[in-house]
Design a protein around this ligand. Structure first.
Ligand SMILES: [Cu+2]
Length: 341
């Protein structure tokens, strides 16, 4: 019996490490998506809403599959994701609410290891964060320190910790996500607190690590080690929780094989409505410093046509005049991703 348990633990550890290689994060790769590329941009099916032609290539007569200067085309929600949604039943209509129990708002933390405890409530319709040991996938929470790339938090019954957090003020942002990293956008899903680390003793010389800090979420509660991650050195921006705020979520990390067929841009919006949703703001994005494009409805988009290698993705919240809305520097975020098809 003990031997069997050991085997299970080893298998889980293997599955876990397999999906937590540097930068790879926890990509979706269920069963070789071979969906069509080059769908017309307006065919994009973002949760059932048509896009109204908001991300067109300016200056190009965008017939079918007009690719931008960078060769990317907006495509419909990939078929494998649509299939997962069908299998998930009502989960994708859930209205999850998160509460940050720890750190408390404006808390002072005397350690460089910052424990995070969250409470999930609301109309969940079966939504529950949990990593499937077999696939390494599952619903999870995106946890964002300052304006760093998010970390994934799977088991809310266990604490999560951010390690090597520098002294000073920080922001913590959280919101629920689906296995393919698309965020829930219901009110109450997103929470943000500020906290301060004092004399935490973070090792400034310690290199930022991408995965060595990850600890297996063990199903044996007695021996459970918290999920967690070493973080890079950063501090809070001068973020005002009452002002328009775009929280960058995806893309992130490395995309391999079928995962790179279409890569999702997804973000969380607070205190701001986009023009296509009756508001005054726009989301502007650019890949590899290329032509700016716009997202005018708050929904994920998928882009196809990526070449292998590193790419930068910049996502910004802009006003009517096209100026980035100032909020502590968080409304303009550029991330590097790697595509290896
Ligand atoms: Cu995710």
């Amino acid at each position: 019996m003990k031997f069997k348990n050991l085997l299970i633990v080893l298998a889980m550890a293997a599955a876990f490490s397999a999906c937590n290689r540097p930068d790879q994060d926890h990509q979706v790769n269920p069963g070789g998506y071979t969906g069509e590329r080059n769908l017309p941009a307006n065919a994009a099916n973002n949760g059932g809403e048509a896009h109204g032609g908001s991300h067109q290539t300016s200056g190009a007569s965008h017939g079918e599959a007009a690719a931008g200067a960078h060769g990317l085309t907006e495509v419909a929600r990939p078929q494998n994701i649509a299939q997962m949604m069908t299998q998930r039943g009502a989960q994708d209509q859930a209205n999850p609410s998160l509460k940050i129990v720890e750190p408390a708002a404006n808390a002072s933390v005397g350690s460089s290891t910052v424990r995070v405890r969250l409470e999930l409530s609301g109309d969940l319709k079966g939504y529950q964060p949990m990593k499937d040991p077999a696939t390494g996938m599952g619903n999870h929470i995106h946890v964002i320190l300052d304006n760093q790339p998010y970390e994934a938090y799977y088991n809310l019954n266990q604490e999560f910790e951010l390690r090597n957090v520098a002294d000073g003020e920080h922001t913590l942002r959280v919101f629920p996500s689906r296995p393919w990293h698309e965020s829930y956008k219901s009110s109450g899903a997103f929470q943000m607190v500020k906290f301060t680390v004092r004399n935490g003793g973070a090792d400034a010389a310690k290199p930022a690590t991408t995965n060595s800090g990850q600890t297996m979420a063990n199903s044996n509660a007695a021996a459970a080690a918290p999920e967690g991650k070493d973080v890079q050195k950063s501090n809070a921006g001068a973020v005002d929780a009452a002002k328009p705020l775009l929280t960058y979520s995806r893309p992130k990390g490395e995309y391999k094989g079928a995962d790179a067929d279409a890569i999702m841009i997804d973000f969380w919006l607070s205190n701001a409505k986009l023009q296509g949703d009756g508001g005054e703001y726009r989301v502007r994005y650019a890949v590899d410093g290329g032509e700016a494009k716009y997202i005018d409805k708050w929904a994920p988009i998928w882009l196809s046509g990526w070449t292998n290698g590193k790419h930068s993705v910049k996502v910004e919240l802009v006003d009517k005049a096209g100026n980035v809305v100032d909020n502590g520097g968080y409304n303009s975020t550029t991330r590097e991703i790697t595509v290896a098809k």
